[in-house]
Design a protein around this ligand. Structure first.
Ligand code: DLZ
Length: 254
């Protein structure tokens, strides 16, 4: 049966028809980077992002999360996080090479097997989601941080070639941020789009990175859920991660 890929040049038949399917999300390694300001909102956005990644098929052990103090730190951290993933990937290649050498020379393959397997899960990140919540105050701080973070993250993705998803909410009010994290505004006031439905429960949030940094429990009231933008960011990371890999191989998919 003739099987042509949509991204193969017209009239050309692929030699390997299994390559006609785009890379599965289970092959991706995704970084999540988040700030710790406005922790309850960050926590909800993290849940949304992580949920979308898992729903798309990204494996839990292929999601690497790191936190930074505030949004201003996101561009630097995204750049370093990507560099670290490249380093760990070449370190794991070295382990694999050493393992191969040992095995071919009849060495203790069993002893190094675990290391090689663990290292096999390493690799350069396919995409990074940078999450932050900036809320306008009474000074110009907000404008400066929004400007540098958005330009900084753009620069990181163009410089490194690793897609960086812009998961930064730049809100004029706290309620705007709650709504965009799929939450209802504090004190029961409905944020934009959150609807006027009655409260459906209380939940306690904590960003669980174990690093402290001023995070604490925050009891928040929920109403009808608004749209959690973290879900969009997770999906965007998968799409860009897959496309980047396919583009690197000279293929176009959609
Ligand atoms: C200083 C500051 C302020 C005022 N507001 C926010 C904010 O709303 N969201 C956020 O993520 N970070 C904020 N920060 C912290 C800065 O991003 C940064 O961490 C510090 O200026 C230290 O570089």
């Amino acid at each position: 049966m003739v099987h042509t890929c949509p991204w193969e040049p017209r009239g050309r038949r692929p030699t390997d028809t299994s390559r006609c399917r785009p890379l599965p999300a289970s092959a991706l390694r995704i970084g999540i980077l988040h700030s710790r300001w406005n922790a309850p909102i960050i926590s909800a956005l993290l849940d949304g992002t992580r949920g979308a990644l898992l729903a798309a098929g990204v494996l839990p052990h292929n999601i690497v999360a790191q936190s930074v103090p505030g949004s201003y730190e996101l561009p630097y951290a995204a750049q370093r996080m990507y560099a670290a993933s490249q380093t760990s990937s070449s370190a794991s290649s070295l382990v694999s090479a050493a393992t191969d050498l040992l095995m071919s020379s009849g060495g203790e393959a069993a002893a190094t097997g675990d290391a090689a397997q663990g290292a096999g899960q390493q690799g350069p990140l396919d995409a990074i989601v940078a999450i932050g919540v900036l809320i306008k105050g009474s000074t110009m701080h907000f404008e400066y941080i929004c400007d540098s973070v958005s330009h900084g993250l753009m620069r990181v993705q163009l410089d490194t070639g690793c897609p960086v998803i812009f998961g930064v909410l730049t809100c004029l009010t706290e309620d705007q941020a709650y709504t965009r994290a799929g939450m209802k505004g504090r004190g029961g006031s409905a944020g934009e789009g959150a609807g006027e439905a009655g409260l459906v429960g209380k939940q306690s949030f904590q960003v669980s990175d174990g690093e402290g940094g001023g995070l604490g429990d925050a009891a928040l009231t929920y109403g009808e859920r608004g749209h959690n933008h973290g879900e969009d960011w997770g999906k965007a990371a998968v799409e860009m991660g897959v496309k980047r890999r396919e583009w690197n191989e000279g293929r176009f998919i959609d």
